[in-house]
Design a protein around this ligand. Sequence first.
Ligand SMILES: [Zn+2]
Length: 70
Amino acid sequence: MSGQMNKIEKQSWQCCKCKIPMSPGNVKITYLGNDFTIELLKCPQCGLTLVPEDLAVRKMLEVEQSLEDK
Ligand SMILES: [Zn+2]
């Protein structure tokens, strides 16, 4: 019934240049003048990082909340 669903879930992100699977790695970002390190998918070969939009937005919201707490 859900063979297609499994296929989608198991699909991993690929680097658009190298055509190899990306692996998680820590990436430093700067937001509102502060540096943060978040885990993102990164190409082990060329270093290209992938920031899925929903992940980026969620992280930014977390960051904003943590800033407000201070
Ligand atoms: Zn690459």
